[in-house]
Design a protein around this ligand. Structure first.
Ligand code: GLU
Length: 476
């Protein structure tokens, strides 16, 4: 799943979109492309390789001037990474362009049916069927948004899509199911993106679309509906990240910058959440009463990747301080193995982005079984934060580096607060609680002390023999 950026407004879409794509580069991708809509033309440019290649391949600014555009960075799932398979994909009549994140599971069946109707396919992707499907449904439907709704109802799998259509001038239509899609609201201009980081320099006012929602954007405004064409209001949230968090500043990489931000990010994770008077932690957003929390006999922590590792530390702390058994589960397996949730089981899901698809599916499975599910995420307004019954934000700001650093330490900090809170409800004395809190306060300074020795550490000789690692990170 990779990146989408779209723009509609009075400014030239091309530089805004290219800049937005560059902010998504950190996610990794194999090709990139852009489609522009002017009054007369739909223009599509794509390249395999880096965004700079795409930028270089663009003709003159005059030829790429448009007030409406959509763009994509692709991480191939179906069809090799090359220029033909890169998005946007264009419909047979050349009028509709589509960018898609996700996977169309039933694309082979849909492709066969469309081929029978005479549609010609040029790529090996699952995504191309969407362009033809939209064209097919728009033949008998004047309202293009309704044609999109009808087409998407046939799609099994996941999608974040943005679509422009020469016969639907002045509009972008976008929709989501299982892939994040965010509407950015500026002044007489709108953005559609898969990641707030792409447009945060333009606006902090966003609407996180829900699954099965479709938005139609024009320069004047936006209209959100469900796939069944029911009207949806859309809740506007304010992104609380600092604009500087999406800039590398003086550092060579985002990862290094984020490592150095840890004294502040750790402090932000516990700021205002510790009570010396009561020798405990306060996590207001949990939405669970003290007496309910006391009755919990088992905890499940569900997560993927780095968040899962934070969960392992959480297990250690909670079991040690509160003597409550904790299971740490892989989100990717949770819903497939019919997990046991008893009446007094409390479930936590952890995800930095709040959009991790497997973690979200696990959250829904646990809720379907009647469990109370609390989320630990970094992203205010994200799907997990909205769908969980309560939870706690880690407040570490945007994490761009793909190997998680500051989000991990902030997750561990929040889990530590949770362990103190539960511990104090059970066996932990006020004296021990206070000692713990006082030690927590010292951690940012201790991290700083280590970071201050960066130059010295960099000069240390590496061990002669680096142990062989076989990890999913691909580090060999
Ligand atoms: N499944 C699509 C493809 O392979 C989209 C992949 C993506 O999300 O980038 O083209």
């Amino acid at each position: 799943m990779c990146g989408i950026v779209g723009y509609i407004g009075k400014r030239n879409a091309t530089p805004i979109i290219i800049e937005g794509l560059k902010r998504l580069e950190y996610r990794g991708y194999d090709s990139a492309g852009i489609a522009l809509l002017t009054e007369e033309h739909l223009k599509v440019f794509k390249e395999s390789g880096r965004i700079t290649e795409l930028e270089r391949s663009l003709p003159t600014p005059k030829e790429t001037f448009a007030n409406i555009g959509i763009a994509h960075t692709r991480w191939a799932t179906h069809g090799e990474p090359n220029k033909i398979n890169a998005h946007p994909h264009v419909s047979d009549n050349g009028g509709i362009a589509v960018v898609h994140n996700g996977i169309v599971e039933n694309y082979l069946n849909l492709r066969k049916e469309l081929e029978k109707k005479g549609f010609q396919f040029v790529s090996d992707t699952d995504s191309e069927i969407l362009a033809h499907l939209f064209e097919h449904f728009s033949k008998d439907e004047d309202d293009f948004t309704i044609a999109v709704q009808k087409a998407l109802k046939l799609v099994e799998g996941t999608f974040g899509v943005a679509i422009i259509n020469k016969n639907n001038p002045g509009k972008i239509v976008a929709a989501r199911k299982g892939s994040p899609l965010i509407l950015g609201i500026g002044e007489n201009e709108f953005f559609v993106t898969s990641d707030v980081g792409a447009t945060i320099i333009h606006t902090k006012q966003v609407i996180y679309l829900e699954d099965n929602e479709v938005v139609t954007l024009s320069e004047e405004g936006y209209d959100i509906t469900t796939l069944n064409n029911e009207s949806v209001e859309g809740i506007i949230s304010e992104v609380d990240w600092d604009v500087s968090s999406v800039d590398k500043g003086e550092f060579d990489s985002f990862m290094l910058k984020e490592i150095f931000e840890q004294p502040i990010s750790i402090e932000n994770a516990f700021r205002g959440r510790l009570s010396e008077k009561l020798s405990t932690a306060r996590l207001g957003g949990l939405n669970i009463r003290g007496d309910q929390l006391r009755k919990i006999k088992k905890i499940q922590i569900i997560a993927c990747g780095t968040s899962w590792h934070a969960g392992l530390i959480g297990k250690h702390l909670i079991e040690k301080l509160a003597r409550i058994p904790v299971e740490v589960e892989y989100a990717s397996e949770y819903r497939y193995r019919n997990p046991i949730i008893l009446e007094d089981t409390l479930v936590f899901v952890i995800s930095q982005s709040g959009e991790t698809a497997d973690t979200l599916a696990a959250l829904r499975e646990a809720q379907a079984k009647g469990a109370m599910v609390l989320g630990i995420t970094n992203t205010v307004g994200s799907t997990i934060s909205r769908e969980s019954d309560g939870g706690s934000y880690i407040h570490c700001g945007a994490e761009i580096g793909v190997a998680s650093t500051k989000a991990f330490t902030s997750q561990v900090t929040v889990l530590t607060l949770l362990a103190v809170l539960l511990g104090r409800m059970h066996h932990m004395s006020p004296t021990k609680g206070l000692r713990f809190i006082n030690e927590l306060y010292k951690i940012p300074a201790k991290v700083q002390q280590i970071l201050d020795q960066n130059d010295k550490i960099a000069k240390l000789p590496l061990p002669l023999k680096i142990p062989q690692m076989h990890s999913t990170l691909g580090v060999e």
